[in-house]
Ligand binder design. Structure first.
Ligand SMILES: C[S@@+](CC[C@H](N)C(=O)[O-])C[C@H]1O[C@@H](n2cnc3c(N)ncnc32)[C@H](O)[C@@H]1O
Length: 419
């Protein structure tokens, strides 16, 4: 029989059990009156708790505890995600957490470590820090929106490293979302964004990480014998499909800057005997590909992640043969996103933060020299569809009261290099 598990606000009658649980877990019980508490109920029994103290524009996450006998079933992560979504939806500027035991979880959720002496003054006054919390706990922060006082964002000069780290973790299956959605299975998601069952049947299942936002091979009109280049090839999803279409006389190159992705794609190619596909480690702004050597350049949900998009298109132009073409699937906002939505690393890695407006996209492609440029808006971005659990999507709903579909869309971009 399946258990009924849900998270609800704690009631006064829960307080005794919550206190016992926190004590059993070695966590402080001081300041619970100042804490908004939630409890996880399993078949009517209280199995875990989480809470936050509201400290001005910041939320201090605390009191995360799961009954010892119920550990190892994902309840702790579920409680933590719930609390993050809650404080995101409420518009807090950042969520802080102190821990001795779960720094890895926090890293995976996008938190970064901060020295305790750099914690905002509002937090120093919190019940947890006023003395309750152990001196050796490490402090972490997850920025939820821009800090208007210092105007800074999390997306700094090291953005490429952050993107690489995030996709490295995805390749190693330590994390499950990037530009994709975490609501659907990767196969269902692929159908939803434009892949037919026949196409999916020829792509090795392991190459589908659910990170795409359209089907660029469907645009590309591939012919047997052609040479194709995939920018940001990930685990090789589109490369393997294209490899069948260009056949043994054709060739497919995938370029990706994340070593774990390239290794994964190469291993899949070996396992499934793809002899006309090659994966190269490299940046799409500096392609490790010869001039005028490629018939078609495709890309799927990647260029929005580049910190120098005009250069990506100049590079694509350089490597294409005269008369060659681009067929790109990507994400673009229809109108300017609020700065605090664009600003976080999670938004950047999630393919929203770095995306440029549809019109700007077209201009960039034309400026690189492409002709007959066509940008087609496919529809609402599958990255953050309605009912999303993605904190970025939820934050947009909460702040703007609008569906993200009216803000961020999937697009197809086509163009040719003059012959
Ligand atoms: C959202 S995933 C898409 C992967 C693949 N195209 C797919 O549809 O499954 C983005 C990929 O682009 C890669 N990437 C991001 N920025 C890049 C850059 N500047 N140069 C090369 N690869 C990049 C990442 O490592 C990641 O594998």
């Amino acid at each position: 029989m399946t258990s009924k598990v849900w998270i609800r606000p704690a009631e006064p009658s829960d307080l005794g059990v919550v206190q016992d649980l926190l004590t059993a877990c070695g966590l402080p019980t001081e300041g619970l009156k100042e804490t908004r508490l939630f409890v996880l109920e399993i078949d009517g029994r209280l199995g875990g708790t989480v809470g936050y103290e509201a400290r001005g524009p910041y939320a201090l996450l605390r009191s995360l505890a799961v009954e010892p006998l119920l550990r190892g079933r994902g309840y702790g992560r579920r409680l933590l995600r719930f609390a993050i979504e809650e404080v995101t939806a409420l518009g807090f500027r950042a969520a802080y957490g102190l821990t001795t035991t779960i720094p890895d979880w926090l890293h995976r959720l996008g938190f970064i470590e901060v020295p305790r002496e750099r914690l905002p003054a509002e937090l120093i006054e919190s019940a947890e820090l006023r003395g309750a919390c152990c001196a050796n706990a490490r402090a972490f922060v997850l920025r939820l929106r821009d800090d208007p006082e210092d105007g800074s964002t999390d997306v700094g000069s090291d953005v490429r490293d952050r993107v690489r780290e995030a996709y490295g973790r995805i390749a190693e299956k330590q994390a499950g979302c990037g530009c994709g959605t975490n609501l659907l299975s990767s196969r269902t998601f692929a159908r939803f964004i434009g892949y037919s069952d026949q196409e999916l049947a020829v792509i090795p299942e392991e190459a589908n990480l659910g990170l795409s936002c359209g089907n660029p091979t469907a645009l590309a009109g591939l012919q047997a014998g052609e040479v194709l280049l995939d920018l940001g090839s990930g685990a090789g999803f589109d490369c393997f499909l294209a490899a069948r279409q260009v056949g043994p006389s054709g060739r497919v190159l995938g370029v990706d800057m994340t070593p774990q992705m390239v290794e994964k794609a190469r291993a899949i190619a070996r396992r499934h005997g793809f002899s006309n596909v090659e994966f190269r480690l490299g940046e799409i702004e500096n392609l490790p590909v010869a001039d005028a050597s490629v018939d078609v350049v495709i890309s799927n949900c990647v260029i929005n992640l580049s910190t120098d998009k005009p250069r990506v298109f100049r590079e694509a132009y350089r490597v294409l043969k005269p008369g060659g073409r681009i067929a790109i699937s990507d994400i673009a906002p229809l109108r300017e996103l609020p700065r605090w939505v664009r600003g976080g690393v999670a938004a950047y890695v999630g393919c929203v933060g770095g995306a440029v407006l549809v019109d700007e996209y077209r201009q960039m492609v034309e400026a690189a020299g492409f002709r007959d440029v066509r940008v087609t808006v496919k529809g609402a971005s599958a990255c953050t569809d309605s009912g999303t659990r993605d904190p970025i999507g939820r934050a947009i709903y909460a702040a703007l009261g609008l569906s993200i579909g009216s803000y961020v869309v999937s697009i197809y971009v086509e163009g040719t290099k003059p012959g």
